[in-house]
Design a protein. Structure first.
Length: 103
């Protein structure tokens, strides 16, 4: 009889350990992965609304104006010098500001 009770309590202990692991993994997903995916969606939405003439802040900290857009790249003009035009990947854009809007 004691063997049956020991087996039942061992099985319940294993279920509780598995339940604890499920809760921990769920909590990690909720606090780590979910915000990261939300930020990726925000960045994708920002990049999809880019237009010629928008002011951008690059990941390296430079402000510029978009003068041309292709599939994966943009050409950004920096400063007042019309000869300072640099092609860069869209992923290098950190912030986007539409003309006529102030933050």
């Amino acid at each position: 009889m004691n063997g049956v009770l020991a087996a039942a309590s061992g099985s319940a202990g294993m279920v509780s350990v598995i339940l604890v692991y499920v809760v921990i993994i769920g909590g990690m997903w909720f606090f780590l992965m979910r915000p990261q995916k939300k930020e990726q969606k925000r960045i994708q939405a920002m990049l999809s609304t880019m237009e010629v003439g928008d002011t951008v802040l690059t990941t390296s900290g430079f402000y510029g104006v978009i003068i041309d857009i292709s599939d994966d790249d943009v050409i950004v003009e920096f400063g007042n010098n019309k000869n300072c035009r640099i092609p860069m990947q869209k992923a290098a854009i950190a912030q986007l500001e539409k003309p006529g809007t102030a933050e």
